[in-house]
Structure formats: C-alpha cells, structure tokens
Design a protein around this ligand. Sequence first.
Ligand code: CAA
Length: 278
Amino acid sequence: MKIAVVGAGLMGSGITQQCAQSGYPVVNIDTFAAAQEKSKTNLKLLFDKKIAKGKLTAEDAAEVLARISYSTDYAAAADADLVIEAVPEKIELKKEVFSKLDGVCKPDCLLLSNTSGLSISELAAATKRPQQVIGTHFFYPAPVMKLVELIRGLVTTDEVYLKAKSFIESLGKTTVDAPEYPGFIVNRILVPMQNEAAFMVMEGCSPEDVDNAMKLGTNMPMGPCELTDFVGIDVMLATMTGLYNGFHDSKYRPCPLLERMVKAGHLGRKSGQGFYKY
Ligand code: CAA
C-alpha cells in the first residue's frame, strides 16, 4: 500500500514519519520545498537523538528514512492508495487541496483529511468522490500520541470508514468515532480548558502557577499554558474560534490575550515566545 501525505508542517511531518515507521512507502507532498527541508532536518535530528539514547539503531533509522520521498508536485499522489491531507486549518486551502487530489488520484484512492475541527462533508464536497473522504484527527506529536479520532462525513461509506480504521490501527493507533461537530471530542473539551487558562493569565495568574496547579493537581503531562505553546498559540486560537463560530455560543469566546499574542507574533515554541520564552 502506497501512502501520500500532503503538508510538511508539524502534523504532516509527524504523520509521514509514523507511516514510514509502520513500514509504508510514503511520499510527502508540499508546494514549499523549504518546509520539506525543515521537516527532513528535524526528523534526522529526532532520529539522531533516539540513536544516541540507544532507542533506535542507525540501520533502522536509515530504513525508515529510505521509505520517505518528497515532492512539490501533486502528481506524486497519482499511484497512492491512500492520501492524508495535513495542510493548515483553513477550509478554502483544504478544499483546494482536495480538488487537486481528486484530479490526480486513482479512482479507488481513499482521501483522508487530518483536521482538528473542520467539516468533512464540506471538504468531501470539493471532490467528485465525497463518499471516499473521511476525517482523521491525529494529535501532536503524531508519532507519540496514541489516539486518532475518526470523523465520517455525511456520505462517507461504511467500506471507506472500515478501511480507514484498519489503516490507522496498522499505525499502532487507537481510534474513536467522533461526531462531525466543531472540535470533535478531544478539542471540544481540551481547548476551552486551555482558553480558560489564558483568561486566568490575563487576569494576573502566572503561567507557571496555572501549569503547576494542573500538572500536580490533575497529573497532566504538560500544563495548559505549556501545551498551548507546544501546539502553537495560533493553532489553539483558530480551534477556539472554530468552536465559537461553529456553535454560535458565547461560552466558547476566544480569550483576547491569545488574540493579542498572535498579533504580536508570539506563537509559542515555534516562534521562540509564547506564555514562556524558548
Ligand atoms: N515528534 C516525534 N516524536 C517526538 C516529538 C515530536 N515532536 N517530541 C517528542 N517525541 C518523542 C521522543 O523522541 C521520545 O521518544 P523516545 O521515548 O523513543 O525517545 C518521546 O516522544 C518522549 O519525549 P521526551 O522524552 O523528549 O519528553 P517527554 O517524556 O516529556 O514527553 C510529550 C513529551 C510526549 C510531548 C509529553 O510531554 C506529552 O504527552 N505532552 C502532552 C501532549 C498532548 O497533549 N498532545 C495533544 C495536543 S492537542 C492536539 O494535538 C489537538 C489539536 O488539534 C491542536
């Protein structure tokens, strides 16, 4: 089975890595060659660390890397049996990607979207094969996190759902069926909690106190502010805005501090500054 992953950002890179680690030949497609270069470098650094820690052999690392190829052309998905789209969470961008994939992919190719909350039915409608489109929400970092939410669009067939589920399980992940409503399951619960943490920082609590309280009081591996920095303040704000717009409910109002931080370019770990400095 040949896999194509579209997008070389944090999620696309992690999903590409996971597919290769699970034995699949995978082509990563991104129109920005620079994003792929960064993704390649990060993967090599990650593997070097694992080799140094004795958790991976140099031979195994080389085998995994050899299964990954890179292309800036959508035509590279022409012989794929399954494509996972993992471009940024912008509906128009994702629709454009799906329409392009529809033009190049084999008729029986499965089209998966990695989205944290967008409508699968809407993405599917950008293709002439909406029944073959399904949502798969991986968590960051994709090679580490065990869960993938599966989201069926209005016309996703049972056959496509079962094939997608079995593929995700072959990656060593556990799936849950999530409803096609903003935030699915995890983000509908997790992101408002992170948003509330941002409100507390805005009111004067220190991020350290908020994080220590939640880590020591609830055994979270990372506190909510640390997690928001880790995932990206912009990503978290976009998800919260999606909940707010999707449910038309003021209880999902994004915290103004997050909006200010994004405007200032404080995007978390990836920009060097978020709730903390990196
Ligand atoms: N990519 C791939 N692998 C990574 C990685 C990355 N970015 N970061 C860490 N890892 C791997 C490491 O290589 C290491 O593997 P080995 O054990 O084989 O060496 C393993 O993960 C553990 O890493 P560390 O020892 O460096 O660090 P840690 O033990 O502190 O764990 C963590 C790091 C797994 C990220 C942990 O802190 C954690 O679980 N944090 C919470 C993550 C979380 O909640 N994610 C969900 C975010 S919400 C989301 O994704 C939804 C959305 O739509 C926004």
